[in-house]
Design a binder for this molecule. Structure first.
Ligand SMILES: [Zn+2]
Ligand SMILES: [Zn+2]
Length: 346
């Protein structure tokens, strides 16, 4: 089968021909219809995030048709449309038995620790294949499995409740999903903090209160707009110490700041006046859980989570096109996602 692989860290991906994977009794073989191209993939290619084997087929945002099922798989059948949960976990360690598989002792990420979806076929455990309703395109089904799933996990980790107000720092792919999901949960006012005029305009057109961080301190602006009270929830999706601190400072009493963006910088907080006094919480957010995918898929099926055609760019399963998309990703955070269309019909 055709695959696009990383053969050397720091080098371009290459077109290769590899055998179709042999499945074990607990696996399914999926004919890939679409695979999303993600910032993480650019990091693997550049060597910023370490991978442990080469050559490696990248791609952790995958949707397609079940081609073949192992003898132990009962939840899906050949021909089913499915999307893939990217974390393969053991199911039996102390974390897996508590439904916290993102900490699995032997967890493997698809497209990082094992071959991913930049290929005509992928094998995954049957437990990682989730039914994809006909209303959701393969392109959206693939892409949802990463940024939208993380946005939902962030809201869940922040214990977001109906009518709570929310400030979203950063309106890229995560923020685009987070705003719609907050709406699906019947949120109160939503503030979107950005410096990019086009993203501010898009957020406003989707009903958010746009906070232009170039014009004044976003914390002051949010405080002013909320009668000095602040917001219940803040999501930090950018990955900078400055905006993480702002996310904490804009909270009202009992507010929760969910930190999703990655940085190696340190952030400073005055414990008494900025945290303890208002019993605020700072919550780390990492990946998502398999149990969060069925509700996420239902939000998309019912149209509460939407990705209009202009938010998706499509390329072929071709190394040159994929490398160009990865180059473009390296220096932009956009709500437009690029998806590889691998097979258009069965
Ligand atoms: Zn991703
Ligand atoms: Zn485990």
């Amino acid at each position: 089968m055709r695959a696009v692989q990383l053969t050397q860290v720091g080098k371009s991906l290459e077109n290769t021909n590899v055998p179709i994977p042999q499945i074990d009794p607990s696996d399914v073989l999926i004919r890939v219809a679409a695979a999303g191209i993600c910032h993480s993939d650019a990091h693997y290619r550049a060597g910023i995030s370490k991978i442990n084997r080469l050559p490696l087929t990248l791609g952790h945002e995958v949707a397609g048709w079940v081609e073949e099922v192992g003898s132990n798989v009962t939840d899906v059948s050949a021909g089913d449309r499915v999307c893939v949960h990217y974390l393969v976990s053991c199911g039996s360690c102390e974390f897996c038995v508590r439904g916290l598989e993102q900490f699995c002792r032997s967890g493997q990420m698809i497209g990082k620790h094992r071959d991913g979806g930049y290929a005509e076929f992928i094998k995954v455990p049957g437990a990682n294949a989730f039914p994809l309703p006909d209303e959701i395109s393969f392109e959206v089904g693939a892409m949802m499995m990463c940024s939208s799933a993380t946005a939902l996990h962030a809201l869940n980790k922040a214990r977001f409740k109906a009518r709570e107000s929310i400030a979203i720092f950063g309106f890229g792919g995560l923020g685009f999903s987070a705003l719609q999901l907050a709406r699906a949960f019947d949120c109160g006012d939503v503030y979107v903090v950005e410096i990019n005029p086009a993203k501010l305009a898009l957020a406003a057109s989707m009903g958010a209160i746009a906070i232009d961080a170039r014009s004044a301190d976003p914390v002051d602006q949010i405080k002013e707009a909320t009668d000095e009270r602040g917001v219940d929830i803040a999501l930090e999706l950018i990955g900078s110490a400055k905006t993480m601190r702002q996310a904490v400072l804009c909270l009202r009493p009992l507010g929760r700041a969910a930190i999703v963006g990655l940085t190696t910088e340190s952030m400073s907080i005055h414990p008494y006046t900025e945290l303890i006094n208002k019993e605020a919480e700072i919550i780390g957010v990492s990946d998502h859980l398999a149990t969060e995918l069925p509700p996420l898929i239902e939000f998309a099926r019912s149209g509460k989570l939407r990705f209009p055609p202009e938010t998706l760019r499509v390329v072929d399963l071709d190394a040159a096109q994929i490398n160009a998309a990865l180059d473009a990703l390296q220096d932009s955070i956009d709500h437009v996602r690029t998806v590889i269309k691998v097979t258009s019909d069965q």
